[in-house]
Ligand binder design. Structure first.
Ligand code: C2O
Ligand code: CU
Length: 499
């Protein structure tokens, strides 16, 4: 019998009906007392993402159909928008797989323009990376493409198109991609978990999608933010939380420009157990949590307060450069209603850890990259660049299979740039060149304005041309994008030619 994806891991087994419950629980791998929900049955009904439907009976193959199409979605009670969607929803269906599973996505493009799907943060072969011109042809209107790969790492990832991405992502094309590691049922042991996709959408006065070019070159320079902030596709959705009971939130910033600086109010911390590329070296409490566009976090929260009361998850003002904090207000993200049930008084939160082996950087190749901006003297338009050249004039960084590089990325501009490298994880380094603790595999890192960041990356055995760019997608399209060309060493190549 094909096992629907939603049955692989139940966050709230008590949602199941009657006598089936004990039987099915017994059948579930890894279910134990520690794996049971502590929440009331409907705690996440108003916020939970819909999941992709697995059509393949093989338990280790997840096979889904994705159709990109224009559809009407409701983003707030009575507020409907004709948006760009995967399978008619914003965000697109949540992909939930286990690490090592094979994923097959039959993608059909029924949008009015070409598109692709990029699997953000997944270390998969270049042919599956979804970047037209570098890894596949664009999927034209009415055409299809099948993505097929083995999922290599556990963690919270996401997906989005890589054609006109500021426009297409801004119109609603993105979704969460959760890769579960069954071992975490024991080590983390928080059954009540939720994928939270943060984004925004820009609507004009008629309530239609605003043009992705508003504000012209200056709009690009700043990075356009949508005027409606969405959490799992809704404005300020609610969830119910039992006082004292831990919840695990996997957060994705899928906004095309916006940073989020999360705050759950007085006395609440986010225990960050994971980041972009799975669990971090050890858990750490954060009073506020900043996520640049494209970044993720895996956190445990424990709501406190009076049953029947309410908390608010908000986004505070984060300074991402000139003009980003003036005349602006906090954003309400989630109304956390405290359940009218006895508080849970379990023990302390789990102290997770993971052994991460940092890259050996001895003899690593140094690469310097400056993030730059220039204004055309004749037409006054702005253009971003890396080392003063926009992507349409850029030469790729060269790398050999197995090579380790240290990148020094200097941001000379007045705006921060969340820099994303396709296909590989890196570690951020401190001033002394040592990896920042707790160690965290990253694929997107904020390069604050007028500041610099060093990172160490190792290119493995997956040759190809892998792009990297600012995840403020207007900036990427405005020039802040380049590529790493990864291949066998030139000497070996010459050898091959001679023989
Ligand atoms: Cu999520 Cu090239 O990006
Ligand atoms: Cu940028």
């Amino acid at each position: 019998m094909p096992m629907p994806m939603t049955m692989r891991k139940r966050s709230s087994p008590i949602r199941w009906i009657g006598t089936l419950v004990p039987v099915l629980l017994a059948l579930l791998p890894g279910s134990s007392a520690a794996g049971q929900s502590l929440q009331q049955a409907d705690w996440d009904d108003r916020i939970r993402l819909r999941e992709a439907v697995d059509l393949n009976p093989d338990p280790r193959i997840v096979e889904v159909n994705f159709e990109a199409r224009v559809a009407t979605v409701e983003i707030a009670p009575g507020l409907e928008v004709e948006a760009w969607t995967y399978n008619g929803m914003i965000p697109g269906p949540l992909i939930r797989v286990r690490v090592g599973d094979r994923l097959i996505v039959h993608f059909t493009n029924n949008l009015p323009e070409s598109s692709t799907i990029h699997w953000h943060g997944l270390r998969i072969p270049i042919e599956m990376d979804g970047v037209p011109g570098y890894s596949q042809p664009p999927v034209e209107t009415g055409e299809s493409f099948t993505y097929d790969f083995v999922v290599p790492d556990a963690g919270i990832f996401w997906y989005h198109p890589h054609v006109m991405s500021a426009g297409q992502v801004g119109f609603g094309l993105y979704g969460g991609f959760l890769v579960e590691d069954p071992a975490e049922d024991e080590t983390v042991g928080v059954a009540d978990d939720l994928v939270i996709v943060l984004s925004d959408i820009d609507l004009n006065e008629q309530g239609e999608l605003a043009s992705p070019d508003t504000g012209g070159s200056v709009g690009m320079l700043f990075g356009r933010e949508g005027n409606h902030v969405l959490v799992n596709g809704r404005e300020t959705p609610a969830l119910v939380a039992r006082v004292g009971a831990p919840q695990r939130w996997r957060l994705v910033n899928a906004a095309k420009s916006r940073y989020f600086m999360l705050d759950l109010g007085e006395g609440h911390a986010f225990k960050k157990i994971g980041g972009d590329g799975g669990l971090v070296e050890y858990a750490e409490d954060h009073e506020f949590l900043v996520l640049g566009a494209g970044e993720r976090a895996d956190v445990i929260v424990r709501p406190t307060g009076e049953p029947g009361g309410e908390l608010l998850l908000r986004s505070l003002l984060h300074d991402r450069g000139y003009g980003s904090t003036e005349f602006r207000d906090f954003e309400d993200l989630i109304a956390v209603e405290l359940a009218d049930m006895p508080p849970y008084s379990g023990g302390p939160l789990p102290e997770t850890s993971r052994e991460i082996q940092p890259y050996d950087t001895e003899g690593a190749t140094e690469v310097s990259l400056r993030l730059t901006v220039a204004q055309d003297p004749s037409d006054k338009t702005f253009e971003y660049g890396i080392n003063d050249v926009p992507f349409w004039k850029a030469q790729p960084v060269l790398a050999e299979l197995g090579e380790t590089q240290i990148w020094t990325v200097e941001n000379t501009t007045a705006w921060s740039h969340p820099l994303h490298l396709h296909g590989f994880f890196f570690l951020v380094l401190d001033e002394n060149g040592d990896p920042v603790r707790p160690l965290e595999w990253k694929d997107t890192v904020d390069i604050p304005f007028e500041d610099s960041v060093r990172l160490a990356v190792r290119f493995d055995e997956r040759p190809g041309t892998w792009i990297f760019h600012c995840h403020i997608l207007d900036h990427a399209e405005g020039g802040l994008l380049s590529a790493v060309h990864l291949d066998i060493p030139v000497s070996e190549f010459k050898n091959m030619l001679e023989h």
